[in-house]
Design a protein around this ligand. Structure first.
Ligand code: PMV
Length: 348
C-alpha cells in the first residue's frame, strides 16, 4: 500500500498585545523584539496539503480560487522549508494545497499568522504522519513547528499555541532562537475578549514585512521602541499571571501606539492608521472614562481593536460599531492552538 501524504490542519489567528515590529535577521525572519499575543477563537484558516507524485507543479486553491504568483511562490518555498527540516530534502513530490479562511478575506482580516501556522502543521503531518495523520491523529512538537512557521510569518509562530503566547527575540544567524511558548491556556482566562471593528479598506496596506524593515532602516524612533519591549513583555507577563486586565490593557495600548509611532516616524512615514482607527481609539478611551475596562490596539491595517472582558464585550462592540467607517464588529474569545483534523470525504 502507498503511504498517504495527505493531511488537514487548522489554526486560529492571533492578536499581539506586545507587538512584534522589526527583524534581527531578515533571512531567518528573526524578530528584533519579544512579543506576546492572544490566540483568537473563530478566526480560523483550514488548510489541506496533499503531496502527489503525479503533479508537475505545486497548486494553490485559496478560498476555492486557483491562485498563482507570489502567494503560490510563498507556499512552495514554505513546503520546501518544512520538507528540508523534517525529511532532510527539498526533493519532495509537488503538492495540492487547499486553504480556506472562515473569516472574510476581502475585509482585510486575512491573516498570515493563521495561514502559515495551518500550512506548517498540515505539511508536517502530510510529510511525516502517514495514515494516522490522514485520520487526524498526529503528535507534534509545537515549539519545533513554531520555528518553521515563524520563517513564513513571524506572528504565525504564536498561532501554534492557544491562549496567551510569548515569542522570544531572535539571535541573528540562529534559526532556533525566538522560541514560542504558551503562557496561559485559553481556558485559564476564559473571560478575555478581543473586539474588532472591521473598516473597509480602499487602498492596499504596506505589508508588515516592508513596513517593519523600512521602519528599522529609517525611523529614529525604532531603537527606543526596541529598547522598551523587554519591560513591556515583563509587565504584560506579570499582569497575565495575576489576571490583571487593566495592567495588561495599559501595556497593550502603549505597545501598539509605540509601534505605530515608530512606523510613522520612518522616512517616508508608514501610516496604517485611518480616521476610523483613531476614532476607534477615542471611543475605547471614552468607554474607559465611564468605567468600562477596554483597551485599544491595532496592527498593520486600519481596523480598531479592543481588549476587554465577556461582561463588557457587547458595550465595546456597540461603541466601535458607532464609529464612522466601521462596517461591522466581531467579538473573539481566547482560542486553541493549531491542530490536525481527519480528512473529510469532501474537499476542505
Ligand atoms: O507576522 P507578520 O510578518 O505579518 O508581522 C506581524 C506584525 C504585527 O501584526 C503588526 C504585530 C504582531 O506582533 O503580530
Amino acid at each position: 500500500m502507498i503511504m498517504p501524504m495527505h493531511a488537514l490542519a487548522e489554526a486560529n489567528t492571533n492578536i499581539a498585545l506586545v507587538k512584534y515590529w522589526g527583524k534581527n535577521d531578515p533571512t531567518l525572519n528573526l524578530p528584533a523584539v519579544p512579543s506576546l499575543s492572544l490566540t483568537l477563537d473563530g478566526l480560523t484558516t483550514r488548510t489541506e496539503v496533499e503531496f502527489a507524485p503525479s503533479l508537475a507543479a505545486d497548486v494553490l486553491l485559496l478560498n476555492s480560487a486557483e491562485t498563482g504568483g507570489e502567494p503560490l511562490a510563498k507556499v512552495s518555498r514554505h513546503l520546501d522549508r518544512v520538507a528540508l527540516a523534517l525529511v532532510g530534502t527539498t526533493e519532495r513530490p509537488r503538492a495540492r494545497v487547499r486553504t480556506v479562511n472562515n473569516f472574510p478575506t476581502a475585509a482585510g482580516l486575512a491573516s498570515s499568522a493563521s495561514a502559515f501556522a495551518a500550512l506548517t502543521v498540515a505539511a508536517a503531518a502530510a510529510l511525516t504522519g502517514g495514515a494516522a495523520a490522514a485520520a487526524g491523529e498526529f503528535e507534534f512538537d509545537r515549539g519545533q513547528l513554531a520555528i518553521l512557521a515563524r520563517q513564513g510569518s513571524g506572528s504565525a509562530a504564536r498561532s501554534l499555541f492557544g491562549g496567551l503566547v510569548v515569542l522570544g527575540v531572535g539571535t541573528p544567524g540562529q534559526v532556533h532562537s525566538a522560541q514560542a511558548s504558551q503562557l496561559l491556556a485559553s481556558s485559564d482566562w476564559p473571560e478575555l475578549r478581543l473586539v474588532i471593528g472591521v473598516v473597509s479598506e480602499r487602498a492596499k496596506d504596506t505589508s508588515s514585512t516592508l513596513g517593519m524593515n523600512h521602519t528599522a532602516a529609517t525611523s529614529p524612533y525604532f531603537a527606543p521602541f526596541v529598547a522598551a519591549a523587554p519591560l513591556d513583555l515583563l509587565t504584560a507577563t506579570q499582569a497575565i499571571k495575576a489576571r490583571d486586565l487593566t495592567r495588561l490593557g495599559e501595556v497593550a495600548e502603549r505597545s501598539a501606539l509605540r509601534m505605530h509611532a515608530s512606523a510613522m516616524a520612518a522616512d517616508p512615514g508608514v501610516i496604517y492608521l485611518r480616521g476610523s482607527t483613531l476614532e476607534g481609539l477615542h471611543a475605547v478611551r471614552a468607554l474607559r472614562q465611564r468605567g468600562v475596562a477596554a483597551f485599544f490596539t491595532c496592527d498593520a491595517g486600519p481596523h480598531p481593536k479592543a481588549l476587554t472582558t465577556a461582561a463588557d464585550a457587547d458595550a465595546v462592540a456597540a461603541a466601535l460599531a458607532a464609529v464612522p467607517g466601521v462596517q461591522r464588529t466581531l467579538i473573539a474569545r481566547p482560542g486553541e492552538g493549531a491542530r490536525v483534523l481527519p480528512l473529510s470525504p469532501e474537499p476542505a
